[in-house]
Design a protein. Structure first.
Length: 264
């Protein structure tokens, strides 16, 4: 494998370890995939993240023989919805699936999440849908997930967990964290009573503001730094030491006193 592909594989492993350490996932229940040219790189099935090596990541073609794979270990049992998402969504470069606690609690209750927080705008609509139930790893589950993800960057899977997708793996993981956070906030607000839900206009306004918010592309950050360097520095204003100010004031006072004395 070349350096670019290896870095993506290493990033997949790093993200797996991070999501477990942060509490976003438990054990090997989650899975992650990333697009690399005309292939999908995905975590292998039932493999502890701490012992995972870049060479263990399975590679699957996005076109050609459906379900074929290369690597020493077979891909995650959830490879179907990962592959189907990437085949049907050219805008998606990373997919994160976890069994995070609050998202899964709402999925068990089969509750979609309404626009209870302005960050809902990051997911492309007024809600995060809950897909119907189907056994893990099945074509039926993949179909239900694709339906729930239509026009969205995240969804819940009934009695299962959640999926977050992004233009790249970093953005997909960022959205996975946001989804779990919103799920927790919504769950706790339900315990207080009836949550206030934001309207279409409020979410649309937030979506418009996202052009300068959130996880920025490296190109955007580089441009911002370049503009900062090229900006002319502000003129320095000399500061007068307090002691010098007092000395001049005292001298002015003596001069004024002498002037008055000479007139007496």
């Amino acid at each position: 494998m070349n350096r670019e592909e290896r870095l993506i594989r290493e990033n997949i492993i790093a993200k797996c370890r991070w999501m477990n350490a942060s509490g976003l996932n438990q054990g090997t229940s989650g899975n992650i995939s990333a697009r690399y040219k005309d292939r999908m790189l995905i975590t292998p099935s039932a493999t502890p993240y701490d012992s995972m090596k870049p060479e263990m990541i399975a590679s699957m073609p996005l076109e050609g023989e459906y379900g074929s794979w290369d690597g020493p270990l077979k891909p995650s049992t959830e490879w179907r919805f990962h592959l189907d998402i990437m085949r049907g969504r050219p805008d998606v470069g990373g997919v994160v699936h976890t069994h995070s606690t609050y998202a899964t609690v709402l999925a068990i209750a089969r509750k979609s999440i309404p626009a209870c927080h302005y960050m809902m705008a990051a997911f492309g609509g007024m809600d995060i849908r809950c897909a119907g139930y189907a056994r893990f790893g099945t074509a039926e589950l993949s179909e239900l997930a694709l339906e729930a993800l239509e026009g969205r960057n995240g969804c819940l899977l009934a009695n299962h967990g959640m999926i977050a997708v992004g233009a790249n793996l970093d953005k997909a993981m960022w959205l996975a964290v946001e989804l779990e956070t919103i799920a927790k906030q919504y769950y706790l607000s339900l315990a207080l009573g009836q949550p206030h839900i934001l309207g279409d206009a409020e979410i649309a306004e937030t979506a418009q503001g996202f052009s300068t918010y959130g996880l920025q592309d490296p190109k955007t950050q580089t441009k911002a730094k370049s503009n900062a360097k090229s900006a002319k520095p502000a003129k320095k204003v000399a500061k007068t030491p307090a002691k010098a100010t007092r000395t001049r004031a005292a001298a002015a006072g003596r001069k004024l006193e002498t002037k008055h004395s000479s007139k007496r």
